[in-house]
Write a protein of this length. Sequence first.
Lengths: 240, 281
Amino acid sequence: MPDKTLTNPELLGIHQLVVQYGHVKALRGVDLQVRQGELVALVGANGAGKSSLLMALSGLVPMQQGQIRFGGADITHWPTHRRVQGGLVQVAEGRAILKTLSVEDNLRLGGYHQPSGTDLQEIYQRFPILKKRSRQLAGNLSGGEQQQLAIGRALLAKPRLLMLDEPSMGLAPRIIQEIFAIVHDLHQQGMTLLLVEQNVRQALKLADQAYVLETGVITLQGAAQELMHHPGVLAAYLGG
Amino acid sequence: MNWVDWWATYSTLVLSVGVYGMMALSISLTLSCGLLALANAAFMGIGAYVSAIATTTFELPFYPALLLGTLGSTLVALLIGLPVLRLSGVYLAMATLGFGEVVRIILLNLDITGGPLGLNGIPLLTQWWQVLLALLSTVIVLQCLRVSRIGRAFEAIREDETAARLMGISTHPLKLLAFVMGASIAGLAGGLNAHYTFTLSPGNFGFENAVDILTMAVLGGIRGLPGPLLGGAIITLLPEVLRDLQEYRMAANGLILILVVLFLPQGLWDSQRFRGWFKRA
Ligand SMILES: Nc1ncnc2c1ncn2[C@@H]1O[C@H](COP(=O)(O)OP(=O)(O)O)[C@@H](O)[C@H]1O
Ligand SMILES: [Mg+2]
């Protein structure tokens, strides 16, 4: 299946990104591009630097070098809240649910910077379970429900690019299917997504384009369908 | 004992319950956004001294003097909040305690503050209803804040600062807001306090007071506004109830802190615990 999005304009462009924690270089010159309407998968083993990349994109870890363009603007030096307002929204690894707040308060915080206030109905329609549990403490939700809450909350920030850091982490196989179905639906509805996963097979199945990150370096990139049959990917991530 | 005698004996105590209720609310504001800032006693001192100097040395009327005291502590909070709130956790606690010591030493060494002797003969202008009004206003303002999006943002910052920032919350200005509002409340409380105690000395607003105020909020609980008020009342009345233990007051407070943290981590007033009781019943 040829990628219909290849001719779309660029939404996110990362150029030679370097992130370093003390002496540890987590990212050593990463280039990555996400086009409008694309679902891009970023896969790699534990410790490869995937979360560091998303955190740098959100402006939560300092970058030593490089440039980030988003929607035509150079956002390299923007503070986090300005990036979120601009539509660069992340669902962090581990979901970052506010456990002692109610589900509804969590959702309202998602639309924190929306001047028009937040309309939760659309989210409740998409995730009926959240409506049912709206008054409960978010900490009492199951893992899958928390992931839905995290995604719903991020959607209320009106993302132009939604970044998901390992949404399937720690979930049962059946729930993982549900979460990937949500990601698939969002993509079908035109949302641009950057999906970080260790669940390589599933991520490549959904994605248009994909990147493989190994110890801070992009080692492979291309159409997701092609990478799925690449001998290197087969050997390292798909069990031969 | 008739009413007049009772009031003559206990008015200071009653007014202190109100004033320290305000102090406990003041620190609960910063605690509710995850900041362990211990400068409230110092801000109370600034408010007390500024307003007392205004009414004594400059012979200003009471309300302008209270306003000056409140503005004074607010302004100082704005100045030190900008750099200090870059810190968090223990470092913030240390820095704010250090600031408190600086304030105490300045009060101890200036002429206008009366040096180590402090200020004497401060007019007794504070009326009970003024304390009540100030307390009620504080409660109303804080309640409005709690249910607003800013209050929710405070909770988000306390719970998980990274998550808060990922929701587009600009955390630094909000922390500064909590810190400065807390200082304003403390400054007003200080001004009221100065005008019913007759004297002020720098020692009133030092380390012990800072720990007392923290104890009030932690004992009462910061999940709602009744908690700090309750904690403030208990810690203020405790020395009266336990007169014989006067010398061990700090130890008693320390013990209370330990017991509360161990057995009632949310404090005495925990709405979620109460809800649990009703559900079981
Ligand atoms: N806050 C941090 N301080 C120091 N080292 C870190 C920090 N966060 C991540 N690292 C290191 O950076 C590397 C990349 O980590 P991470 O971005 O979390 O990878 P991934 O998300 O792919 O598992 C790892 O070696 C990790 O130990
Ligand atoms: Mg990670």
